[in-house]
Write a protein that binds this ligand. Sequence first.
Ligand SMILES: [Fe+2]
Length: 296
Amino acid sequence: MDIKHIGPRNGEWAFVGEVSGIDLTRPLDAAQVAAIDAGMDRYGVLVFHGQHFTDEQQVAFSVNFGALEPGVSNVTKPQDRRLQLNIADISNLDKDNQLLGRDDKRRMFNLGNMLWHSDSSFKATPAKYSLLSGRAVPTHGGETQFADMRAAYESFPEDIKALIEPMVTEHSLLYSRALLGFTEFDEEERQAFAPVLQRLVRVHPSTGRKSVFLSSHIGIIRGMPTPEARMLVRDLTEAATQPNFVHTHHWRAGDLVVWDNRATMHRARRYNDTGEVRDMRRTTIEGTPTVMQQAA
Ligand SMILES: [Fe+2]
């Protein structure tokens, strides 16, 4: 297995590695898993080509890195799911593999994936790795962009680092979707998507590197007036997603991209989603809470 650095470099730090010489559809040994983990710590994002997974093979590969997230949070009802519950359906298809209509609630909800975010930051236990398998990709657009939240944090002036160090934020799908004017949630969804607390600065458990834990799911900074908090989050996000911190992945069918949500943000880019199929399937490894949850 070989890893080539393909993303931007900030100081001594690498971001995004392209891996060759390994078949992830077959069982791996402990040394191979350790090499991938070490690559994840170093690069934050790893790109593998030519990995034509079945869902079962993708799950088998994923659990080398921890426990799968138990379920998926979105507005698709269980009876309308296309995929098994432990695989997030990152597609524009319904359960009969037909394109979602323009006004479909699920499509409008999914458009929120085009906002910068960290997966499952709206859960008390946010995600560790996301593993996204490209099964069918559109001819134009539909890229995924990644931003390095370690390098971004390290670029902040000392006064900003000191300001944000103690801050605790509230994350919710209700906040990110409201940014797009999408507020069609029923009472059950409002309860399921109730805000959770996360630290704004986090320390990576393996590398010890600090990063800024941003996400479009943030709506509140504890103890700060909301407009002031949202302006600060907006400023930090703008600074953290400048081109020197960002890598764009152009998908080919058979690509697997693995990213560490504890060190990065990502977003999808526009494509003709009412005319072309984009079938991506994500398995997600559970991380650890960043803060004790307390009653609001
Ligand atoms: Fe995501």
